[in-house]
Design a protein around this ligand. Structure first.
Ligand SMILES: Nc1nc2c(ncn2[C@@H]2O[C@H](COP(=O)(O)OP(=O)(O)O)[C@@H](OP(=O)(O)OP(=O)(O)O)[C@H]2O)c(=O)[nH]1
Length: 178
């Protein structure tokens, strides 16, 4: 199932790039899958990790499609990672911070891996790009971007304190946002 999920996500994200770069988008879902694999061996969770942005970002991919191609549980996990793009940035990010603390453990794991992958990108790109980096994002304010990553950290602290993935996430936030 994991191999099929990688193949599906690779096709679905074809032609997409990470914001403001020429890095193929698929490098991010692959990294999220690898991070999740350090926390669980559940192949449905690992598959959902590589598929986590397909409903939100890929034309024609819906919860129903993923339920048929993979399983209703995989589809539910991916739906749990998807934001409502009709809302504003602040509304979406506030809702994510609000919901992740009480979400099922596997949705939390994928969310944490997703944000760690983004923090690794920021940690690599910030020294090279400097303050211009924040202009890549819809919310161009470093303080607000830091607010979001810290909000996710605080919501997950109770349940993930002992995970090395969470500890790396905290170190990168501290280093880049103080
Ligand atoms: N750090 C970083 N982020 C990038 C890059 N390319 C794309 N992104 C994505 O950008 C999102 C944050 O960008 P914003 O402009 O602030 O937010 P928005 O896309 O949700 O409106 C992150 O999504 P998210 O909502 O936090 O999670 P998700 O969409 O990955 O699930 C992240 O995945 C990159 O090169 N570096």
């Amino acid at each position: 199932m994991i191999d099929r999920a990688v193949e599906f996500a690779t096709k679905a994200h074809e032609g997409q790039f990470r914001k403001g770069t020429r890095r193929p988008y698929i490098v991010h879902p692959i990294e999220v899958k690898d991070i999740v694999s350090t926390m669980t061996r559940d192949e449905e969770v690992i598959s959902a990790a590589v598929l986590h942005d397909t409903i939100e970002d890929c034309q024609g991919v819906t919860r129903e499609v993923l339920a048929l191609e993979f399983s209703p549980r995989v589809a539910a996990m991916v739906a749990g990672e998807s934001e409502d793009k009709s809302k504003t940035w602040l509304e979406r990010k506030s809702a994510t911070i609000q919901s992740i603390g009480s979400a099922p453990r596997e949705v939390q794991m994928i969310g944490l891996a997703d944000k760690l992958s983004n923090m690794r990108d920021i940690d690599r790109d910030y020294p090279k790009v400097g303050e211009e980096l924040w202009n890549r994002f819809r919310m161009k304010d470093k303080k607000m971007i830091g607010w979001y990553y810290k909000g996710i950290r605080d919501a997950l602290a109770k349940d993930f304190q002992k995970e090395s993935v969470f500890q790396e996430y905290c170190r990168l936030i501290q280093k880049n946002f103080g």
